[in-house]
Design a protein around this ligand. Structure first.
Ligand code: F3S
Length: 400
């Protein structure tokens, strides 16, 4: 791989062992992928920071870097963890033990010491510092829904990085010139058309199922092209999450959303998704009785979703399900006082900083309904009974 003089100095330890060690990892992966050179990144988003997932080996590695005094060389944000940092007991039916807290706090302290913004959210694309990233810039992001959203909506370039790679990229400010950093690889290969009657609306559950269908059908390294204009950014968020969960897709070109010219000659084939197939899957995943838990916020809920949920709950005297919403502190700060008081009155748990999937929750044997295909995908793998409902159908589900 070609390295500039500056990169050789970094590799040889002129900027300390931490930079050298991090760059060695990036160079060796880049070489194994036959990348011709390294490129600069303008932002990093680190996933894999939950103590429940990375345990003591991960904590030790991050601490070693932090103790060396190295600082991140680009603005860096961080994925959610397994609990709310302001209220440790916010997750219903879940106890966070002292060891877990200590392990997680160490990780967060180390990341902060290196200069991370402890955003603790999987929707970094709502943060002002990310909205300001110039279109066409390369970044190193490690959260799959954010990767798809960043490439497809914001027009920034990132591969789907693993947690350790996004950490090394944050330290060095570099990644390998490979995959979606190369313009040619961003040209879509297969067109997906949705055949549906006008009154069959694409809500977040249906788009999640479409993401599942595309993930299963798409067998090309270049991105899919969705020949359907989607104006609602919350729905695109759920599509990004389902594509990232059900398959390995890191970008989708969406008609009228992704700023990219479509060269019809480069589209190899067209795949039609019939609404009846979406409906069959939707019916299969519908709840048949009142769920024990209704979970929203995977990816983290935005202010509009939170307000929509609260509005639907106003008319209920008593709610028989425990409603949980996970989101970022940044979005909580934007929610109106009225909404917060409705949620409190209805005993809805609005939980910051948290990914329920990586939290040590104890919901085995319970029925959970969610509007997120990604949550459905991961929670079912943990042996939980999961059904899918749109926020629009919340009232109906509460009346089951
Ligand atoms: Fe976010 Fe966790 Fe879902 S990181 S996208 S809430 S699985």
């Amino acid at each position: 791989m070609y390295l500039t003089k500056e990169e050789e100095k970094m590799l040889n330890g002129d900027y300390g062992w931490a930079v050298s060690k991090a760059l060695k990892v990036i160079v060796s992966i880049g070489e194994s992928l036959n990348a011709e050179k390294l490129i600069n990144i303008s932002h990093a988003h680190i996933s894999g920071v939950s103590y429940g997932n990375i345990g003591d080996p991960g904590r030790k590695l991050i601490k070693e870097f932090a103790d060396s005094g190295v600082k991140f060389s680009v603005k860096t944000t961080v994925n959610p963890i397994g609990y709310d940092t302001i209220d440790y007991d916010a997750i219903p039916l879940t106890k966070i033990d002292r060891n877990y807290l200590k392990g997680q706090e160490d990780i967060l302290m180390s990341l902060k010491k290196m200069g991370a913004n402890l955003s603790l959210s999987c929707t970094p694309y709502y943060l002002p510092e990310v909205i300001d990233i110039k279109e066409g810039s390369s970044v190193a992001w490690g959260e799959s829904n954010a990767v798809v959203y960043g490439n497809s909506v914001l027009g920034i370039k990132t591969n789907r990085e693993g947690g350790p790679i996004s950490l090394m990229a944050a330290i060095t400010g570099k990644t390998y010139y490979y995959g979606l950093h190369i313009d040619e690889n961003r040209i879509p290969s297969i067109r997906y058309i949705i055949r549906r009657p006008d009154d069959y609306e694409l809500n977040e559950v249906r788009i999640g199922i479409i993401g599942e269908i595309i993930s299963k059908a798409h067998n090309d390294e270049r991105p899919p092209y969705l020949d359907e204009y989607i104006s609602n950014e919350t729905i695109i968020k759920e599509l990004s999450a389902s594509l990232g969960a059900a398959g390995n897709i890191a970008m989708i070109v969406i008609k009228g959303v992704t700023k990219q010219k479509i060269d019809e000659n480069k589209l190899k084939e067209t795949f039609t998704i019939d609404y009846k197939d979406i409906k069959t899957r939707e019916d299969e995943l519908m709840p048949s009785k009142t769920p024990d838990i209704i979970y929203f916020g995977c990816p983290h809920a935005n202010k509009d979703e939170i307000e929509k949920i609260a509005n639907q709950l106003k008319e209920f005297e008593k709610i028989n399900s425990q409603i949980i919403i996970t989101t970022s502190r940044e979005q909580i700060s934007k929610v109106s006082k009225e909404t917060l008081s409705i949620l409190k009155e209805k005993n809805v748990k609005l939980i910051g900083d948290t990914c329920l999937i990586v939290s040590p929750f104890g919901y085995r044997g319970l029925n959970i309904a969610t509007n997120s295909y990604k949550a459905y995908f991961y929670l079912s793998k943990k042996g939980i009974n999961v059904s899918l409902i749109s926020i629009n159908n919340l009232k109906e589900v509460l009346k089951l």
